[in-house]
Design a protein around this ligand. Sequence first.
Ligand code: NI
Length: 136
Amino acid sequence: MLSFSVHHIGYLVKKIEKAKQTFLSLGYHIEQETVIDDLRKVKICFLIKDGYRIELISPVSADSVVSGLMKKYKNSPYHICYETAGLEASIAALTADGFIVIDTPTPAPALGGRRVVFLTSASAGMIELLETETSA
Ligand code: NI
């Protein structure tokens, strides 16, 4: 039985350090300091408040994976990430339900090297899947 648990909300920001300070003022605390994902050319940090985990993402160069999205969204939440066991089975189930895979599963340095993949749905927009730590 497949299950999907919410892991974080991905939040695009133009300037990650300024944004981090603003979220700290709102009472968030830092779960993980900023790291650079060289593959995706983004800076990422994780913040927590009231049991909610927010991922701040900011492009480090014009060819970053989020540069196009940044033009559209500015500073804004733009995906929900779901943790799931059995990444391939979950992808298969979601694509059967109409989701389209928009990249390939690749390790995410900001998440301990666990693989992530992005999908989009005409009715639900963009989501991210994150494999559980025990998933092979
Ligand atoms: Ni994410």
